[in-house]
Design a protein around this ligand. Structure first.
Ligand SMILES: CC(C)(COP(=O)(O)OP(=O)(O)OC[C@H]1O[C@@H](n2cnc3c(N)ncnc32)[C@H](O)[C@@H]1OP(=O)(O)O)[C@@H](O)C(=O)NCCC(=O)NCCS
Length: 156
């Protein structure tokens, strides 16, 4: 099996963009996705045997990182790829000397909340009715991990 983390740029973004479209109720437009590929953003895709299985987009501003998005192709979930992408993201944040990582997630997204909690992200606050749903609105959960307090990254 050939496994690579590739930086996403304006010439190779389309497979990751396609995965993003299938991951969310309100995915980003193509122009927003492309705008999130250059500094202060950074984005990587996990490519297994020439297939993009998932991606993430991060933001780094003054030592504070934000996980803007993370997604794995629907038919390939539950196989550890989301964890591998999160590990890679955290290692990038360590290399960028970030002290904290922030993210926001839908309250109903039990899978993502479980993934982040397992990786030492802690709940900070609720953003009430932040996200649209098919039937109304739902809360966003803001979560944070501190990297300077003995955060150990796993080998990727
Ligand atoms: C969230 C997401 C990236 C996880 O990717 P994945 O490849 O399925 O996750 P993994 O197989 O690496 O699992 C890692 C952890 O996630 C959690 N998890 C995965 N599938 C789960 C499920 N069905 N139910 C509950 N928790 C689950 C578990 O904590 C799991 O660790 P464990 O296997 O030790 O229990 C994926 O579900 C996804 O792309 N969802 C749609 C996009 C999205 O919601 N992104 C998050 C935006 S904030």
């Amino acid at each position: 099996m050939d496994r690579q983390f590739q930086g996403i740029n304006k010439t190779n973004y389309f497979a990751a963009f396609s995965v993003q479209q299938s991951c969310h109720l309100n995915p980003w437009s193509e122009s927003v996705f492309v705008d999130s590929l250059t500094k202060p953003y950074f984005a990587f895709q996990l490519v297994i045997d020439n297939q993009t299985v998932g991606y993430y987009v991060g933001l780094n501003v003054a030592g504070e990182a934000t996980l803007m998005d993370l997604g794995v192709s629907q038919e390939l979930r539950g196989k550890g790829f989301g964890q591998q992408l999160l590990d890679h993201f955290i290692q990038q944040c360590v290399q960028l000397n970030c002290e904290e990582i922030w993210l926001e997630v839908r309250e109903s997204n039990r899978t993502a909340v479980a993934l982040y909690s397992k990786n030492k992200f802690e709940f900070v606050e609720v953003r009430k009715d932040y996200y649209p749903t098919k039937t109304g609105r739902e809360n966003g959960l803001i979560m944070k991990a501190r990297l300077l307090e003995g955060y150990t990254t796993r080998p990727i």
